[in-house]
Structure formats: structure tokens, C-alpha cells
Design a binder for this molecule. Structure first.
Ligand code: CA
Length: 242
């Protein structure tokens, strides 16, 4: 990772944008400010940031809509994204995470909390250095190259889903509670709720496609990755595996 990560701040309120930018700059980041979706897209087209801080309520296209668009785009889908919003209830939080955000901060927030979350999301994205590929029943994860494939087909995973899969594959067949996964995958991030784990597991399953059933829900206990899922992978995929 670069020594000074670039952070795109998309925020229409100048006072808040300035507060964020000053704090980022003082803490070793290179912030760029965009005040609406059009200028944000222009910044992204010019240069891909290491992280995006995105306000939900923007004039014109909303932050939620921008998040969905960037997650659907091949070039921008892997860029970590934190949503900023005045909307604090559970349904909004889930909508934010479902749109592809890696994390969610409710206004008003402390700059200390903001920096902690920025660092945590970047840390999650940082490639693991310890690695050989792990292969389980055709599902392969290479932590050195950050590549995931199933039946020789490359899969695209977001940064959090990659880390989650890495942990589950490194400890396959064992059941992990949501709390354990938060500890191991999200680390010292104290602000995240257990519901967040469910959102990322759902996204991981979707990203895995035919291999999705390998990530099993164990009722009342948590999640596990298994080579022999109760819902088998599709026959077509089995045939490909030979
Ligand atoms: Ca706003």
C-alpha cells in the first residue's frame, strides 16, 4: 500500500468536508473533495482513490445510488467505501451496506471515530502477506495475488468478502459465531454490529456463485465453510470440475 492513501471525500457541506479533509491530511492521508456526484465521478475517472468517504444525502444523484453504480462497475467495484449519513436507523444502515459500502458512519461522528474506521477498512483491504493458495473442493484463494476462483473460473470479491472468505477457508469445517468472525475478520473494529456479518456473508455467497452453498449458516451458531455443503454445488459446475 502507498504510504499516503488517497481518500475521495464526497460531501456537499463544505464545513464537514473541510473538517474531514483537515483531519485526514494531519493523519497521513491525501484527501480530495467532491461536492456532488458529477464531480465525484470526474475525480474517479481521473484517478482511482484508495478509499471513498461518501455522503448519503447529496444534491442530484444520492450517495446510495452512487455506491450502487460504483459497485456495479468493474473499475471501481474493489475500492473500499464508507457511507456518511445523518440517517441512523437499522433499515438505513442495512440499505447502505447492501449497496456495497464496507462500513457506515452516522452523523454526527467524532473525527477520532472516522479515522479509526478509515484505517480499519484500509487494513482489511491490505493484502495478506503470508501466503500460499488455499484450495477446498475446487474453490481456490490465493492471498499473495488476492485471486479467488472456483472450477478455474475467476471470481470478483469485495475487500471485506475476501478477508471473510480467507478466514473461513483457513478454518474450514469449523463453525464460527458472528462475534468470533467480527473479532477475527474485522479485528479491533469496535463499532460494527453483528448484523453486519450477515450482510457480508450474503454478499460473499452471491460473489461465489455456484460455490455459494459452501458457506453454510449453522442455525443458532454462526457460519462455516464446508467442502460438503448440504445444498450441493450445481451439477453443471461439478461436470466442469471433472
Ligand atoms: Ca449532505
Amino acid at each position: 500500500m502507498r504510504t499516503m492513501p488517497a481518500v475521495l471525500v464526497v460531501e456537499d457541506e463544505p464545513a464537514i468536508a473541510e473538517l474531514i479533509a483537515v483531519n485526514l491530511r494531519h493523519n497521513g492521508f491525501r484527501p480530495t473533495w467532491a461536492m456532488d456526484s458529477v464531480s465525484a465521478q470526474r475525480e474517479i475517472d481521473a484517478s482511482l482513490p484508495d478509499l471513498i468517504l461518501l455522503d448519503w444525502m447529496l444534491p442530484g444523484e444520492s450517495g446510495l445510488s452512487l455506491a450502487r453504480r460504483w459497485r456495479a462497475n468493474e473499475r471501481t467495484k474493489g475500492v473500499p467505501l464508507i457511507m456518511l449519513t445523518a440517517r441512523g436507523d437499522e433499515a438505513d444502515r442495512v440499505a447502505g451496506l447492501d449497496s456495497g459500502a464496507d462500513d457506515y458512519i452516522s452523523k454526527p461522528f467524532s473525527t477520532k471515530e472516522l479515522l479509526a474506521r478509515v484505517r480499519a477498512v484500509l487494513r482489511r483491504r491490505a493484502p495478506e502477506q503470508d501466503g500460499e493458495a488455499i484450495v477446498i473442493a475446487g474453490l481456490s484463494l490465493d492471498s499473495a495475488t488476492h485471486r479467488v476462483s472456483f472450477a478455474e473460473q475467476a471470481l470478483k470479491l469485495g475487500p471485506t468478502e475476501f478477508k471473510l472468505l480467507h478466514y473461513l477457508m483457513g478454518h474450514a469445517e469449523r463453525v464460527h459465531s458472528r462475534g468470533q468472525l467480527l473479532d477475527k475478520v474485522w479485528g479491533d473494529h469496535v463499532y460494527i454490529e453483528e448484523r453486519t456479518v450477515d450482510v457480508h456473508v450474503k454478499r460473499l455467497r452471491e460473489a461465489l456463485g455456484a460455490a455459494g452453498p459452501m458457506v453454510e449458516t449453522v442455525r443458532g451458531a454462526g457460519y462455516r465453510l464446508t467442502a460438503k455443503p448440504a445444498t450441493p454445488v450445481s451439477l453443471a459446475t461439478r461436470a466442469q470440475l471433472g
